[in-house]
Design a binder for this molecule. Structure first.
Ligand SMILES: Cc1cc2nc3c(=O)[nH]c(=O)nc-3n(C[C@H](O)[C@H](O)[C@H](O)COP(=O)(O)O)c2cc1C
Length: 197
């Protein structure tokens, strides 16, 4: 099986999905496959189930997709300063990977989208790292050698890629946000290639 970086996201309105696509482009620029996957929504109505194949976007992530990745880039919209429940629910189901040590020493990074500029991008990014550290992953951020980090008036942080969506409707990523998404994808892919070999 050839190596791939898993770009795993949840997105309700499309902004986080848009980021995932730019990140995947960065991954592939480094010469490794980007595997785009999503997670099902969760519902407070316990009888409700999602269809096996989502109506739009990537297909759902399987246990095998996660187990065999050479690197992982995890994205979620910010919800009350933290990741969205569907992504947390998915991660809470990865005890098997934790017990087997499937993700130990693999590089990982995080990304998020918010509707407000100061609505919790950094707290979301930092809290998304916690389960990845428990899994033994090696966390990569964005270094300040990326010029966009010093000039951005929108998203982008050393903790990971971010997008300021100006509300709930998906808006176009700014040029800097796009650059930083690609840089993050490329960085994790480069690390994955080095660590994988
Ligand atoms: C329940 C809920 C909580 C949210 N909490 C925040 C928040 O804490 N800060 C913020 O800036 N935006 C918040 N938002 C807005 C989303 O983060 C924002 O619209 C994001 O871009 C959606 O991403 P998506 O298009 O990928 O679904 C919240 C949205 C919902 C539905």
């Amino acid at each position: 099986m050839s190596a791939y970086v898993l770009v795993l996201y949840y997105s309700r309105n499309g902004s986080t999905l848009e980021m995932a696509k730019h990140i995947a482009r960065g991954v592939e620029q480094a010469g490794i496959e980007a595997r785009l996957r999503t997670v099902p929504a969760v519902s407070a109505t316990t009888e409700a189930t999602e269809p096996g194949i989502p109506d739009s976007g990537a297909i759902y992530c399987s246990a095998e997709d996660l187990k065999h990745c050479a690197g992982l880039i995890l994205g979620s919209p910010t919800r009350f300063g933290n990741m969205a429940a569907p992504m947390k629910y998915f991660l809470d189901g990865t005890s098997g990977h934790w017990l087997n040590g499937d993700l130990i020493n693999k590089p990982a990074a995080v990304f998020t989208s918010t509707s407000t500029l100061h609505g919790g991008q950094e707290s979301t990014l930092l809290s998304m790292m916690l389960p990845l550290l428990h899994q033994g992953m090696v966390i990569a951020g964005i270094p300040y050698s990326e010029p966009g980090l010093n000039t951005t008036l929108t998203g982008g942080s050393p903790y990971g890629a971010s997008h300021f969506a100006h509300g709930d409707k998906p808006t176009r990523l700014s040029d800097v946000e796009m650059d930083l998404c690609q840089a993050l994808g490329k960085r994790v892919a480069t690390l994955a290639l080095k660590l994988h070999s």
